[in-house]
Design a protein around this ligand. Structure first.
Ligand code: SF4
Length: 303
């Protein structure tokens, strides 16, 4: 366990990546994940550096391709703890097709979307989540298209089983969210609203300074904070994470940032279970296994 935290992160001072790294390392330690049984897969962008700093196995791959690599790892080695680290450009632009199918495959892994609303590594180009009017090197007069809402998009995908949102600057909520995601039996998609002081200083500056702009989604089955920590929030909304229709409504809130567990369903079909059952089986056994899994999943509430 001591191996976690050996790398020295080379992100800008004040970057939200630092707190996310510390949090994921804490969760891995607390869940007693062995570093040699843990794999972190990333694409390209500032977030892509993440595997270098974890002290686990890692794969820093091609732009937008973190999901298929991680899916391959999990399919063949279901015993490993798998994390996907991806940015808003990596996931929501060039990697969008893989994002859609990874959600549908629902293999047990934690997917962390570092969303800072900009391409930071290449020094400020408009990303798919940049707010309308963002001034960047590609749109010096302001971006002209409405952004993708990654939470809303994920909630609309087939077989979605876990969607949560948190922010890099609230360490208690960030930890509770990553922990809940790691415990989920399926693909846990977490959008982390991330500060980029180098290129998007104004985007979340006010919100980060004034926690009253954060809206806490709370429920006994959700991500809960101690009573003292809850006082910091401007609003607390009771939200049952089994209600996907309400989750979609909350995902649209735009007069603050709603954070918490928006949706969870632990009964969805998982492609890694199918793969794990098949390993080492003969043809007849595989056929019977498929039939039993189809029976098992036929009662689940896939969306
Ligand atoms: Fe972090 Fe932005 Fe610097 Fe990238 S450019 S390391 S996201 S602060």
């Amino acid at each position: 366990m001591e191996d976690y935290g050996k790398g020295v992160a080379r992100w800008c001072p004040g970057c939200g990546g630092h707190s996310i790294l510390t949090t994921v390392q804490r969760v891995c330690k607390d869940m007693q994940y062995e570093p040699e049984k843990t794999v972190v897969v990333s694409g390209i962008g500032c977030s892509g550096r993440f595997p270098h700093y974890m002290g686990t196995y890692g794969f820093h791959g091609l732009h937008g391709r973190a999901f298929p690599v991680a899916s391959g790892v999990k399919f063949r080695r279901p015993d490993l703890n798998v994390f996907v680290v991806t940015g808003d450009g990596d996931c929501c632009s060039i990697g969008a097709a893989h994002w859609v199918h990874a959600i549908r495959y629902n293999m047990k892994m934690v997917a962390l979307l570092f969303d800072n609303g900009i391409y930071g590594l290449t020094k400020k180009q408009t990303s798919p989540t940049s707010p309308l009017g963002t001034h960047s090197n590609t749109h010096p007069r302001g971006s002209v298209l409405p952004p993708i809402n990654p939470i809303q998009t994920t909630l609309g995908l087939a077989n979605v089983s876990f969607v949560a949102q948190t922010v890099d600057w609230n360490s208690a909520h960030l930890y509770a969210t990553v922990r809940k995601a790691a415990e989920h039996p399926g693909l846990a998609f977490v959008r982390i609203v991330q500060r980029c002081p180098a290129f998007m200083r104004d985007l979340y500056g006010d919100i980060a300074v004034n926690p009253k702009n954060l809206i806490l989604l709370s429920h006994e089955n959700g991500i809960n904070l101690k009573p003292k920590a809850r006082k910091a929030f401007g609003r607390v909304i009771e939200h049952d994470p089994s209600n996907i229709h309400k989750a979609r409504e909350h995902a649209e809130i735009n007069n603050g940032i709603p954070i918490g567990l928006l949706y969870q369903n632990t009964d969805n079909a998982r492609y890694d279970e199918y793969g794990a059952h098949n390993l080492g089986m003969g043809v007849e056994e595989k056929k019977q296994n498929l039939e039993s899994l189809l029976d098992q999943y036929s009662t689940s509430n896939s969306v």
